[in-house]
Design a protein around this ligand. Structure first.
Ligand code: ZN
Length: 446
């Protein structure tokens, strides 16, 4: 299993109609995971629900104190810790080809990120300490025309194996339990799977392999040819590198013993919203405001998910932008049991609305400081796309609100899902197309 970096940025548009066209048209192709898509979470480890001890949803459906920020306790997903370790003192080994005109920039970025305020702000709560440079491997031979990542003959894995087994005579540092090898693969190198272009699934990833006497070698790639979001190649490369470095620090043993991975069982809606991409960087990758040029690093990075900030009603992606965070929260979810495309049963929380019926739920507006009003619009969609045919309609009594206000959202299930008994609804809080926040909720239709 490997973790794909942001498959696409969901610029969810304000109107439901253009959202379907925009998201599916622009982003549908890029949606996908070589980790197995919808089955990835089902096959994954059981999250440790015990670590979430204070995430009980608020039940008060009335008006709240608008002078308290946030006025409502957000009923929001939290990433859970598996039994595996985190990297407490990561060593980042940057592997570059000297044919890449930007290789020195990437070395400097990877050397500096671990001592930055960005790193400290985003990773301290997970038990990750400062990262240091683990050295550089500068490959002077011309890069290959392509790497094929087919599972049966993964040429990137073979490349890493050769490097680790040849260390230190070949100038690769010998790994220890804090080492992360990050390959920055030049733009000239195609990334294929069984000979076919597979860039959409390999913008970047990190993974674990047993190599020689080293059972848990953590390595990752950023494939420059597959750059997907930021128009500038170097910006996109450092942003993707920050995603993979941050995730490796919080979940280095991807194949054997996961660290921070997956949302708590009461919030299976967040898993579905994320398309089962559910590590600390994944959980922020679909938000436009997660990408910024960090002034200290002088480079583009991606913000990482923070359970502490999410619980506190603040922007859950850190370091947070210097602006008010606003969102809405359901005020009294119910225990539900759903099945999806795989048929696997999920005991989680949401709302039970059988096909052909409707239910009115209470939703609270909250922000972390005073801010202008925003608009609530429920939509049937996940972080990447809306379904081609709708199964649900909505009515909102008070769609414009502010901290402390409530709205009644009537959810009418008009058609059964294509598979199983679950529908994903996203409460979209908007001020403009680029100022939006999302709260997914799950509907049991059976
Ligand atoms: Zn990721």
């Amino acid at each position: 299993m490997r973790f794909v970096t942001r498959a696409a940025a969901a610029s969810l548009s304000f109107s439901a109609v253009t959202c379907v066209l925009g998201v599916l048209g622009v982003l549908g192709v890029a949606c996908g995971s070589s980790g197995g898509g919808g089955d990835a979470f089902d096959a994954g480890p059981t999250p440790d629900g015990g670590s979430i001890d204070d995430g009980a949803p608020a039940t008060d459906a009335g008006e709240s104190d608008a002078s308290t920020y946030p006025a409502f306790k957000p009923d929001i997903g939290l990433i859970v810790k598996g039994p595996g370790p985190v990297l407490t003192a990561p060593k980042i080994v940057t592997i570059v080809w000297t044919a890449d005109p930007s290789y020195k920039t990437y070395e400097a970025f990877c050397d500096g990120i671990g001592k930055s305020a960005y790193w400290k702000t985003a990773l301290t709560e997970y038990g990750v300490g400062p990262a240091v440079s683990g050295g550089h491997v500068e490959i002077t031979d011309p890069p290959p025309a392509s790497f094929d990542v087919a599972t049966a003959n993964d040429e990137i894995l073979a490349f890493v194996k050769k490097g680790v087994l040849g260390a230190p005579q070949n100038a690769w540092p010998v790994p220890d339990d804090q080492t992360f090898y990050l390959l920055i693969i030049p733009e000239t190198v195609a990334i294929n799977n069984n000979g076919k272009d597979d860039c959409a699934n390999n913008v970047g990833y990190h993974v674990e392999a047993a190599i020689g006497s080293h059972p848990h070698v953590a390595y990752g790639i950023v494939a420059e040819k597959c750059h997907d979001y930021l128009p500038n190649l170097v910006d996109n490369t450092t942003e993707t590198a920050s995603h993979e470095i941050g995730e490796t620090a919080t979940d280095p043993h991807t194949e054997t013993d996961n660290g921070w991975l997956g949302f708590d069982p009461d919030h299976y809606a967040f898993e579905l919203w994320q398309n089962q991409q559910d590590e600390t960087a994944d959980a922020c990758e679909f938000f436009d405001d997660s990408y910024y040029k960090d002034p200290e690093l002088g480079a583009w990075v991606q913000r990482l998910w923070s359970n502490a900030a999410a619980k506190a009603g603040k922007n859950p992606c850190l370091p947070a932008p210097d602006e008010a965070y606003f969102n809405v929260t359901p005020l009294s979810t119910e225990p539900i049991t759903t099945t999806g495309t795989t048929g696997k049963v999920h005991h989680t929380r949401g709302f039970h609305v059988p096909v052909g019926t409707q239910k009115t739920i209470n939703v609270g507006f909250y922000s972390d400081r005073p801010t202008a009003d925003w608009t609530l619009e429920p939509m049937e969609l996940d972080g990447l796309a809306a379904p081609k045919t709708s199964h649900v309609t909505f009515r909102v009594d008070q769609p414009i609100g502010n901290n402390g206000k409530t709205a009644k959202v009537t959810i009418s299930v008009t058609a059964a899902p294509a598979f199983g008994t679950q529908l994903l609804v996203t409460l979209v809080s908007s001020r403009s197309k680029t100022q939006q926040h999302y709260l997914p909720i799950l509907i049991e239709t059976g």
